[in-house]
Design a protein around this ligand. Sequence first.
Ligand code: 5GP
Ligand code: ZN
Length: 108
Amino acid sequence: CIFCKIVNGDIPAEVFLANDDFIVILDANPKVEGHLLVIPKRHYDNFLDFPLEVYEKFLVTVKDAVEKLGVKDFNLILNNGKDAGQVVGHLHLHILPRKEGDGFEIGA
Ligand code: 5GP
Ligand code: ZN
C-alpha cells in the first residue's frame, strides 16, 4: 500500500506534522494550495474499518494540522469507496484550505 510505504519511509513525502498514530503529508497532486492528507499510521482500508477508539485522536490531529496551517476556511473530505472517488485504499482525510476564487469545487 502506497500510504503504508510513506508511513514506513519507503516512499518520500513532505511530512507536515506527525504524532504517534498519524502522519499529515502534503498531497502530491494538490487541488488547492496547502492540500493535506491525514493518514493513520496503521492501515485501515476505509472509514468503516476505522476503530471508534481512534476517532478522538484523529480529530485532534486534524485540528492540530488546521491550526498549524493557520487557516479558518477549509473543507474536510473523506472519499470512502471507489464510487466515492477513493483511489488509495488506506483511509485518509483531505484537508483543503480555501480561498475565495480558488476554483475548487467539491465533486469536480
Ligand atoms: P483519494 O482519491 O484516494 O481520496 O485521494 C488520494 C490522494 O492521494 C490524491 O489526492 C493523490 O494526489 C494523493 N496521493 C497519491 N499518491 C501519493 C503519493 O505517493 N504521495 C502523496 N504525497 N500523495 C499521494
Ligand atoms: Zn496502507
